[in-house]
Design a protein around this ligand. Structure first.
Ligand SMILES: C[S@@+](CC[C@H](N)C(=O)[O-])C[C@H]1O[C@@H](n2cnc3c(N)ncnc32)[C@H](O)[C@@H]1O
Length: 286
């Protein structure tokens, strides 16, 4: 495949994509010029509409037709490309380097071996939760080294790739339900099977709207989505947690932590421990 890049003002983006679509060229992508901002609960993004944008057009036909394709693009867009590159990525899987959580645990591709380390086999298919993010790493270290999950039932809200569910199952949980609003079924089942785990059930949907999705109660509930979402889920969590159950909340930023703590404690829970890497906070309530 070849990727041909054009630089154009953001204001012309929609009309350019439309022109290409009218001419049956749909394989087009671009990155929004984003400025990362912070708000009360975490990160936000601002689109910088006055910037130029790099529009990329993919060409997947035979190389001998490439010149003609570029001529067509030049006349349609009335400009020359700024870059052209051959690119043979497999977009169905995303390779990532092994992640050494600590001296004991590593997350890595099934083909990689590490002497003297315990490994979580993992192939990312794009859902959040490769273990790269601080929040995921902090929770994984807790699950694998510190928490007592033996024979406990676990609900993992916002499971993404299922990485926390996999760690919980490795740590001895008896039942793990892994729920996400996006369809993560294949990724969760693939990674469960790479670790020979059979007690993880992916559940897809909005559990706040559809009460038929989750009817069980759990010993542990994990939620790593963010502060605002944690507040939204607190009624649900209170209803679906066993008496003496424990909540693991993550994805909180330090500047909203006190507010979220107060909210969780207003449901009758008490903070047990707080863990932080950079600005990201993970907390356990019981
Ligand atoms: C920050 S990722 C966490 C992924 C993984 N659990 C981890 O710890 O790395 C948050 C996940 O929550 C999911 N999510 C967001 N809103 C949700 C909702 N209302 N119900 C269920 N899942 C949700 C997203 O699709 C995403 O996969």
């Amino acid at each position: 495949m070849f990727i041909i890049s054009y630089k154009l003002p953001y204001a012309k983006l929609d009309s350019t994509i439309e022109t290409l679509a009218i001419n049956d060229i749909y394989n087009v992508f671009y990155e929004n010029p984003l400025e990362i901002t912070t708000d009360d609960y975490g990160y936000g993004y601002l689109e910088k509409e006055d910037e130029d944008i790099i529009l990329k057009v993919a060409f997947e036909d035979k190389k001998e037709y490439l010149d003609d394709f570029i001529k067509t693009l030049t006349s349609l867009l009335n400009m020359d490309y700024i870059n052209i590159e051959e690119n043979n990525y497999d977009y169905t899987t995303y390779d990532f380097p092994a992640i050494h959580l600590d001296d004991t645990w590593v997350i890595a591709n099934p083909e990689e071996d590490f002497e003297d380390k315990k490994k979580i086999n993992f192939i990312s298919q794009g859902a959040f939760g490769t273990g790269l993010h601080e929040t995921t790493q902090d929770i994984l270290k807790l699950i694998l080294n510190d928490l007592d999950l033996k024979n406990k039932s676990v609900l993992d809200i916002g499971t993404g790739s299922g990485i926390l569910s996999i760690a919980a199952s490795i740590a001895g949980a008896s039942i793990v339900d892994a729920v996400d609003i996006r369809d993560i079924t294949d990724e969760v089942l693939l990674n469960s099977s790479l670790n020979n785990l059979e007690n993880i059930t992916p559940i897809v949907g909005n559990i706040l709207d559809d009460s038929s999705l989750i009817t069980n109660n759990y010993d542990w509930i994990f939620i790593n989505i963010g502060g605002e979402e944690t507040k939204m889920f607190m009624n649900f969590i209170k209803t679906h947690l066993n008496t003496n159950g424990t909540i693991l909340v993550s994805g909180l930023v330090e500047w909203s932590f006190d507010e979220i703590k107060e909210n969780v404690e207003s449901y009758g829970f008490k903070l047990q421990s707080k863990h932080q890497t950079n600005e990201w906070v993970t907390a356990i309530f019981k």
